[in-house]
Design a protein around this ligand. Sequence first.
Ligand code: NAD
Length: 476
Amino acid sequence: MENNTQLKEMIRSMVIDVLQGQKQENASSESIKQAPRGQVEPGVFDTVDDAIQAAKAAQARFEDCTLATREKVIADIRAAMRPRVQELAQKTVEETGMGRIADKVLKLNLTLDKTPGVEDLVTECETGDNGMTLYELSAYGVIGAITPSTNPAETLICNSIGMLAAGNAIFFSVHPGAKHLSILLVSELNQIIAKSIGIENLIVTLREPSIESAQEMMLHPDVSLLVVTGGPGVVKQALQSGKKVIGAGAGNPPAFVDETADIKKAAQDIVLGASLDNNILCIAEKSVVAMRQIEPQLVQEMVKVGCVLIENQQDIQRLVDLTVLPNGTPNKQFVGKNASVILDAAHIPYNGDPRLIIMRTPKEHPFAVIEMLMPILPVVTVDSFDEGLEVCLMLEAGLHHTATMHSLNMERLNCMARKMKTSIFVKNGPSYAGLGFSGEGTTTFTIATPTGESTTSARCFARRRRCCLTTGFNIR
Ligand code: NAD
């Protein structure tokens, strides 16, 4: 009897041991599968802090990887994103209601083709009798990147390539009006990166982006650098954070055409640049300043290549009433819309699918001085080069963004390029040539204007560090 009881007790404790062991095993395999705290889908989190902590941990692993690993992950992003371009363009237009699908395809392909990677991190070296000093560009850590609604996918991919090339992780604070597209992109980029190099959460974002969460991110102690692409309000806000800021703000690029220009080409270039994606690019021509003697021919040529010329003053005023709010800001309802949508709303007749609406205006007209981000392009007439330069400076308003000029007079081209002090100056081409599209050079969708980095790339997203070796490595 006693033996029997002992036997039962032994069996009972063995069963308990086995069951407890199984429970522990299940628990530990669950914890392996479990996503980091607060994670909804790859790279997408519920809170700013959870997202930044995950990015910080990922960056700690990434900074131990080789440059070849960074090159691989960037090559894999380019390759995996290329077949998705049409779908991303379509989804962006569907969600934001801005721009044209075919133009977004061009912009996305440009981003994938011409955003520089690791090769942008150029090492400098000095040698002499006392040895050698190296200057290298190394990661900041976690970068807080703010993206606009106007180029949401292009900016997110372009920033990702440049910031990863420099060894960083990125918290993307995206525009709430483009959140579905941006979340999809962050989640897919995470999957590409995890498959490529086995690191998760190098790119993170929030499931519910908001202005408040963007501001929380700006003040987070684990964010080392802010890269802000947007209007003047958000750049100003970031500059108050006390952190280093790369601020890519608003622009109002004028296109100056003088009497020496190839007028037909100038008209075509201006229309191509100003109408790309319905004028929502910050670099796109926002006004034309034309010398009086060539203005009629220029306007005529612009009409030939897809512009509707509005001559009736009442029609022009109706357009103003429709698209400019009483506080002097553009009516968001028409930002990035096709010209036909704006003309329909203003009850102005037109033929076909015009790319741009043009009209003659004085230089102080709302369409000339406000960054409209609509396919509306005012033409201002001037009587001399000096007057034209003065008007262009007034319209650009010290934003240090973009200007273009069409002329065959070298002296004037040189003079205007110097005096405008813009981050991008295009001579005899569409504004987008300044982004490397049908022009030489790399591309970017973050043109840092008030803070001066200009056309940003990986080297801007890196900390310049000096490493000195004494008494050696000078072989001269
Ligand atoms: P926006 O300023 O409304 O928004 C940009 C981003 O900032 C969004 O993510 C938004 O959520 C956030 N934001 C806005 N106000 C904020 C605040 N007070 N605090 C924290 N976050 C804030 O701009 P948008 O309409 O999306 O984009 C168009 C503007 O961006 C235009 O002015 C355009 O010129 C400019 N832009 C500049 C560049 C450039 O490279 N310089 C590129 C693209 C767009």
